[in-house]
Design a protein around this ligand. Structure first.
Ligand SMILES: [Zn+2]
Length: 278
C-alpha cells in the first residue's frame, strides 16, 4: 500500500501523486487526500486544511510554477481552506462548482460544471457534478487512466456522511451513486483513505448499505413515533460509538427520513416529530 504518512508524496500512477494532510479523525480517516495530477502542468485536487506544512509539501512535490490549477471537489473545511495559501505561492487558478460556496471563504476564479474539461499537457480531467454529500460536489475523471477522484462521495474505510443541515440530500446522493456505478472506471481515488481498486463493488456496497438503513429506519418509525436519537440507538444497539459519530448517525437518520417523506413512505408529521427536539 502506498504511503499514507502525512506530508509524504506517494506516486499512485505515472500521472497521479497523493499527499495526505495531517488532519486524521473520525470523519477524515488518515487525513484529507490531496492529489496532484500531471507532471509538467499540475492540477491539485483539494488542497485540504490550511496547514503550512501540508501546502509546503504540495509545492515541494512540483515546481511551484507548474501548479496551474486548484480543483475543489467541494468546500467543506477539510478540503478547501488550504487553497488560499497554495494560490499565494503558485498563482494557480481555482476552479469549483460555484463562485459563492456556502462553506468557507475560498472564492473560485472560474466556475466549472458537468462536462467541463481541464486539459493539461499530459492529461484531460472531465468534470462530473455529483451532488448528495454537498450540493456543489464535483468528481473528476482522469481520462488517460480511467480514475475517478471521488471527493467525499465514495470513501475508503468508511461511509460518506450525508448531513441535511449542511446541504446533504440522501435521495440525490443515491442517484449520484447509481450514476457512478454505471461508469467504466479502473480505480477510485477518494477524498479520504486509500485507492479503491474495485469501483463497482464499492459503489454497490454503498448503495446496499443506504438501502438497508432506509429499510431499518422505515421499520422503526412504522412501529410508532420514534425520535432520531432512539432510532440511532436501535440501529447501533450496544456498539459504543464516539459522541461525534452518534451525532453523524443522527444526520444520516434525518437524511433518510427526509427521503422517506419525499417518497411518500412516511408522513410529514411522523418525520417532523422524529427530528424535533425531545
Ligand atoms: Zn472530507
Amino acid at each position: 500500500m502506498p504511503d499514507m504518512t502525512p506530508g509524504v508524496p506517494s506516486a499512485l500512477s505515472p500521472l497521479v501523486r497523493r499527499i495526505v494532510a495531517p488532519n486524521p479523525g473520525p470523519f477524515t480517516g488518515p487525513g484529507t487526500n490531496t492529489y496532484l495530477v500531471g507532471i509538467d502542468e499540475v492540477a491539485v485536487i483539494d488542497p485540504g486544511p490550511d496547514d503550512a506544512g501540508h501546502i509546503d509539501a504540495i509545492i515541494g512535490a512540483s515546481m511551484r510554477e507548474r501548479v496551474r490549477w486548484v480543483l475543489l471537489t467541494h468546500t467543506h473545511p477539510d478540503h478547501a481552506p488550504g487553497t488560499k495559501r497554495l494560490v499565494k505561492e503558485t498563482g494557480a487558478e481555482v476552479l469549483a462548482f460555484t463562485k459563492k460556496p456556502k462553506d468557507g471563504d475560498v472564492i473560485p476564479d472560474r466556475v466549472i460544471n458537468e462536462g467541463a474539461t481541464i486539459e493539461g499537457t499530459e492529461f484531460g480531467l472531465e468534470v462530473l457534478h455529483t451532488p448528495g454529500h454537498a450540493p456543489d460536489h464535483l468528481c473528476f475523471f482522469l481520462e488517460e487512466e480511467r480514475v475517478l477522484f471521488t471527493g467525499d462521495t465514495v470513501l475508503d474505510g468508511m461511509y460518506s456522511v450525508v448531513n441535511p443541515t449542511r446541504g446533504g440530500d440522501m435521495a440525490v446522493y443515491m442517484q449520484t451513486l447509481e450514476r457512478l456505478r454505471k461508469l467504466r472506471l479502473s480505480r477510485l481515488a477518494p477524498g479520504h483513505g486509500d485507492v479503491i481498486e474495485e469501483p463497482r463493488a464499492r459503489i454497490d456496497d454503498y448503495l446496499a448499505h443506504r438501502k438497508q438503513r432506509e429499510k431499518q429506519v422505515l421499520k422503526l418509525v412504522q412501529k410508532g413515533p420514534a425520535k432520531v436519537k432512539e432510532i440511532v440507538a436501535a440501529l447501533y444497539g450496544d456498539v459504543d460509538l464516539p459522541d461525534q459519530l452518534v451525532e453523524a448517525a443522527g444526520w444520516q437518520v434525518h437524511a433518510h427520513l427526509l427521503k422517506l417523506k419525499a417518497d411518500g413512505k412516511v408522513t410529514g408529521t411522523t418525520a417532523r416529530s422524529a427530528w424535533s427536539a425531545a
